[in-house]
Design a protein around this ligand. Structure first.
Ligand code: ZN
Length: 375
């Protein structure tokens, strides 16, 4: 799981923080600055794991001891998360504790490299402005006044510290200046500009550098991005993994739109439009053609998984699900195997340098026939 991996591209900084922890010279309140996609949260989590691990050897936590196992579930009792939220309907306080499940799910599914755009989307905030309330500050004070469960370090992460209200920040000043014994505050913010001077003067500022292009590229490759997508995303992301991933996904959204258009055209047996689309596919170039065919195979497979009642096993984005639910009525045991074979053949042909237009035109003709096969 991604939350357990060493921070992408920030190994040096992670090792330096672990070293400080070993030497007893770790600041009790740190402010990690930089875009969230640079991995400040990954570093904070790695440091917390390292502090809690009872069996570490070298800079990394062991991954096996009870503490590491609790971290794997993001359920360590002495690891506390604060992040911007809105008041839930019917409640009079905006508290991170009420949104912890959403937060953990986001972390487990996306890893620690998400930003405010991702969090907003996950929490379905719409136009609402999330914040870190004074009630949250009271919660923090209450939590940290308790003895650590495991008798070791208490780690309080404040993600999006720039969303603290002035009264929130003021309420925390004293505890940040003089935390209880064996307590570490890790504040994360885009920059120092949006924070009160009184907070800045009480924290050790740790600037998080942009992730190198190589590390961004390797990370995206591990997620199945194509060389072209990687080149685009590395160039545009400025060392920000959240932004890089979004660039790749927006690309994938284009693929989905194309797939829907193509399948509708084939289902309607619209030969003229199919010819136009084949020209369009041709112009995409070989890498994008391959990527599209891989995507089409994925979509067809997901439809058949859904048809066999394994709804939980379906791996589709929310935007794709609605289409797949309707489209899956036309994918069944009478045509799915041949569809996959046709797509795989097209993939081989494209890789083997067959003229793109020809490949997609032939493929479309076959799909027109297969989509109308009886069950
Ligand atoms: Zn451990």
């Amino acid at each position: 799981m991604e939350v357990l991996r060493p921070p992408i591209g920030q190994e040096t900084l992670a090792a330096r923080l672990a070293e400080r922890a070993d030497q007893g010279s770790l600041a009790h309140a740190m402010l990690f600055t930089g875009a969230p996609g640079r991995g400040g949260l990954a570093l904070a989590l790695a440091l917390a794991r390292r502090l809690h691990c009872t069996n570490h050897d070298g800079p990394r936590p062991c991954g096996k001891c009870p503490s590491c196992q609790q971290h794997a579930q993001l359920q360590h009792p002495d690891l506390h998360f604060t992040f911007p939220v809105v008041k839930p309907p019917g409640k009079d306080k905006a508290l991170s504790a009420d949104q912890l499940i959403t937060w953990r799910t986001l972390l487990q599914q996306e890893g620690p490299y998400f930003d405010m755009v991702d969090l907003r989307e996950r929490m379905a905030l719409g136009n609402k402005q999330p914040f870190i309330s004074v009630h949250e500050a009271q919660d923090i004070l209450r939590r940290l006044a308790l003895t650590a469960h495991a008798g070791g370090w208490k780690v309080q992460i404040i993600w999006g510290a720039q969303f603290m209200r002035t009264d929130t920040a003021n309420k925390l000043l004293k505890v940040i200046e003089e935390p209880p014994a064996k307590t570490v505050f890790i504040l994360l913010a885009d920059s120092t500009e949006s924070l009160l001077a009184t907070i800045l003067s009480r924290t050790q500022i740790v600037p998080i550098p942009p992730v190198t292009g190589d590390a961004v590229g390797q990370w995206l490759q591990g997620q199945g991005a194509s060389p072209e997508q990687i080149a685009d995303a590395v160039g545009l992301s400025e060392g920000d993994l959240a932004r890089a991933r979004r660039l790749v996904r927006e690309d994938a959204a284009e693929e989905f739109a194309l797939f829907v258009d193509w399948m509708r055209t084939c289902f309607a047996r619209d030969g003229r439009k199919a010819a136009g689309l084949a020209d369009g596919f041709h112009d995409l170039g070989r890498e994008r053609q391959k990527q599209f065919l891989v995507y089409a195979l994925h979509m067809i497979r997901q439809c058949i998984v859904g048809n066999y009642g394994a709804a939980a096993a379906v791996r589709l984005r929310a935007s794709e699900r609605g289409f797949a639910e309707k489209f899956s009525a036309y994918i069944h045991h009478g045509n799915v195997v041949e569809m996959q074979k046709e797509l795989e053949k097209a993939l081989r042909d494209v890789s083997g340098n067959v003229y793109g237009r020809t490949v997609f035109l032939d493929l479309s003709m076959r799909m027109m026939e297969l989509l109308h096969r009886p069950k």
